[in-house]
Design a protein around this ligand. Structure first.
Ligand SMILES: NC(=O)C1=CN([C@@H]2O[C@H](COP(=O)(O)OP(=O)(O)OC[C@H]3O[C@@H](n4cnc5c(N)ncnc54)[C@H](OP(=O)(O)O)[C@@H]3O)[C@@H](O)[C@H]2O)[C@H](O)CC1
Ligand SMILES: [K+]
Length: 498
C-alpha cells in the first residue's frame, strides 16, 4: 500500500466526484472500499500492535463499509474484534451492504458499546458524508470513549468533523491517528479538525492521479509547488539572489520597532535594497538601530509623492506600528498602483469604510496583500466573518474577491486566498509563532517576495511558508528578532532545494 505525499486537498464533494469519475472509467467501486478497509486494518496493526480488542464502530454509509472490511481483515489475522453499528445493517446499500456481508460476523447496536481497557476504537461512523449535527446518542458514545481514555483510529475523518471546514458538528472523536484516502481533505488541516485527527496517513486506494487532479478544485496545502516557479533564484545566476527595492513605513518615535522588524526580515528574505520610510520625529530612533537597512524621511503626502516619482521602488509594507488614521489611508491611496502589503494598523485604518480600500486596488493584476488576523479580518469583512456557514477558506476567498487582494487570513491554520479562486492552507507554522512581532516579520517577508517580482498570491504564500520555516529554525523560545534573523537561513535552505 503506497502512502501519498501530495499538496492537493479534495473537499468531500470533490472526493465524491473522484469516486464517480473512477467508477465511470471502469474501476470497480467495491475495489476502492476493499483497499480502504485493508489500509485501515494495516494502520490499526502497525499503530496498535498490543491492542486487546479492536472495537469497530460502523455508520450507515460507506465509511461504515470501510469499517466492515477492516473488521474482516483484522479478524482473519487473528485479532479480537467487536462490531457495533449505527442503525440496522440490513438497511445498508451498495458497497457498504457488500462490505457488511463480507464481515459476516455479529453486530451489536452502537448504543450498547462500552469501551473496555485494552480497546482500540476504529471509528467508521461518518466520513465524507457527514451532513448534520451528530445526535445526543452518538455524542454520548464519543464522550464514553473519551472518558475511558482508549485510543481512536479514525477512518477518513474523526466522526463529527466536517471534512470541508474542520468544524465539529455537535461532537467529534479526538483520534490518535486518522487514515484517509488518496488525498487529505481541508478539514484535516483546518482547526479544530487538525487537532482532532492525530497523525494523518494517506493511503492509495487506486484512484488514478489524473482523476484526483481533474476532480480537485483549487484548495491545496501551502508549499513550494505553488510558488517555486516564480522564485527569482530558481535556475538563475547568483547575481539574481537579491533583487528589488522594498520600502517599509515606520511609525512614530515610540512605535518604530515593528517596522524595523519588517524591514530586516525583508532584507533577509532577499530584497536587494530595503528602505525604512520614517517620520522626522522617529529618524533618530531608527537611525540608531539600523545599518544595512536605509532610512528616508517621509512625513507628508507631498514627500511620499515626490519619493515615489524619483526613486525606483518595487514594493511596500505599511501597517506595522504605523498608527491608525487618515495618514495611513492617504499613504495607501497614494500607493494604489504599487505592490503593497497592508498589515495591522494599515488594515484597521479602513475599518469605517473598507470599500475605499477595495475600490482603490481594483485595477490591473492583483497587487495588494492583506494580512489580517481574526480581529482585523472582522473589521474589514464583518459580514463574512460572522457567517457561520462558511469555512475559513470560504471566508478568505470571499474576502479576496471583494478586496481585489491576496488575503493572508492568519492564525494557527493560516489560509491564503487569491481573487482568481486559488486557496492554500499553511501547515508548517509551529505554535510558538504566536509571539509579539511575528506578524511584522511576516509582512516584511511577503513584501520582499513582492519586491522580487512574485505575483501577490505567490508572494503571500511563499512568505507564510518561509515564516513557518524560519520559526522552525529559531526554536520554541524565539523572539521576533530571532525569527527575522532566521529568514536568511530559511531562504538558503529553500534555495538549496531548487
Ligand atoms: N474515494 C474514497 O475516498 C472512498 C471512500 N470511501 C469511504 O466512504 C466514505 C464516504 O461515504 P458516504 O456514504 O458518502 O458517507 P458517510 O459514510 O460518511 O456517511 C453517510 C451516511 O451517514 C448518514 N449521516 C450523515 N450525517 C449524519 C448524522 N449527523 N447523524 C446520523 N447519520 C448521519 C447519512 O445519512 P443521510 O440521511 O444524510 O443520507 C448517510 O447514511 C468516505 O469517508 C470513506 O470512508 C469508500 O469506502 C471508498 C472510496
Ligand atoms: K470516521
Amino acid at each position: 500500500m503506497a502512502y501519498l505525499p501530495s499538496n492537493i486537498l479534495l473537499t468531500p464533494e470533490e472526493m465524491a466526484r473522484a469516486d464517480r469519475m473512477s467508477a465511470e472509467s471502469g474501476i470497480p467501486s467495491f475495489g476502492l472500499m476493499r483497499r480502504a478497509g485493508y489500509a485501515v486494518a494495516a494502520t490499526a496493526l502497525s499503530h496498535f500492535p498490543a491492542a486487546v480488542r479492536f472495537a469497530v464502530l460502523c455508520g450507515p454509509g460507506n465509511n461504515g463499509g470501510d469499517g466492515y472490511v477492516a473488521a474482516r481483515q483484522l479478524a482473519d489475522g487473528g485479532a479480537e474484534i467487536s462490531v457495533h453499528a449505527l442503525g440496522d445493517p440490513d438497511d445498508l446499500k451498495g458497497d457498504a451492504a457488500l462490505a457488511f456481508q463480507l464481515w459476516g460476523g455479529s453486530v451489536a447496536p452502537l448504543r450498547e458499546f462500552q469501551p473496555q481497557p485494552g480497546d482500540v476504537v476504529i471509528d467508521a461512523l461518518f466520513g465524507a458524508g457527514l451532513s448534520r449535527k451528530v445526535s445526543d446518542e452518538i455524542a454520548g458514545v464519543i464522550s464514553s470513549v473519551e472518558r475511558a481514555g482508549v485510543p481512536v483510529l479514525a477512518v477518513d475523518l474523526p466522526s463529527g468533523v466536517d471534512g470541508r471546514s474542520g468544524k465539529p458538528l455537535g461532537a467529534a472523536f479526538k483520534a490518535h491517528c486518522t487514515i484517509t484516502f488518496m488525498t487529505r481533505k481541508p478539514g484535516h488541516l483546518l482547526l479544530p479538525g487538525k487537532s482532532l485527527c492525530g497523525d494523518i496517513e494517506v493511503a492509495d486506494i487506486g484512484i488514478p492521479r489524473r482523476i484526483i487532479e481533474a476532480a480537485g478544485g483549487s484548495i491545496s496545502e501551502n508549499g513550494p509547488p505553488i510558488w517555486s516557479a516564480h522564485l527569482p533564484f530558481v535556475g538563475a545566476d547568483s547575481h539574481k539572489y537579491r533583487r528589488g527595492h522594498l520600502a517599509v513605513f515606520s511609525g512614530e518615535t515610540s512605535k518604530t520597532g515593528a517596522a524595523r522588524l519588517s524591514a530586516i526580515a525583508g532584507l533577509k528574505t532577499g530584497a536587494g535594497l530595503v528602505t525604512l520610510a520614517s517620520p522626522e520625529d522617529a529618524m533618530a530612533a531608527n537611525a540608531a538601530q539600523l545599518t544595512a537597512v536605509m532610512l528616508k524621511k517621509v512625513d507628508t503626502n507631498a514627500e511620499l509623492s515626490d519619493w515615489l516619482e524619483n526613486a525606483k521602488l518595487s514594493a511596500f509594507v505599511l501597517g506595522p506600528g504605523f498608527g491608525v488614521g487618515s495618514r495611513a489611508r492617504d499613504f495607501v491611496l497614494a500607493l494604489k498602483d504599487s505592490p503593497l502589503v497592508l498589515d495591522a494598523d494599515g488594515i484597521t485604518s479602513f475599518r469605517d469604510d473598507p470599500a475605499i480600500l477595495f475600490d482603490a486596488f481594483e485595477d490591473g493584476e492583483t497587487h495588494l496583500v492583506l494580512t489580517p488576523h481574526d480581529g482585523e479580518f472582522g473589521r474589514l469583512f464583518p459580514d463574512i466573518a460572522a457567517d457561520e456557514t462558511l469555512s475559513k477558506p470560504d471566508k478568505a476567498l470571499k474576502a479576496a474577491r471583494r478586496a481585489h487582494a491576496a488575503i493572508v487570513y492568519k492564525g494557527a491554520d493560516t489560509v491564503i486566498a487569491s481573487p482568481d479562486g486559488r486557496v492554500a492552507i499553511n501547515t508548517n507554522g509551529p505554535p510558538w509563532l504566536a509571539t509579539a512581532g511575528s506578524g511584522d516579520v511576516l509582512a516584511g517577508m511577503i513584501g520582499a517576495f513582492l519586491a522580487q517580482g512574485l505575483p501577490a498570491f505567490e508572494a503571500a504564500a511563499a512568505g507564510v511558508y518561509l515564516h513557518g520555516e524560519a520559526a522552525g529554525l529559531a526554536g520554541p523560545y524565539m523572539t521576533a528578532e530571532d525569527l527575522a534573523g532566521q529568514a536568511g537561513h530559511a531562504m538558503a535552505d529553500l534555495v538549496a532545494r531548487f
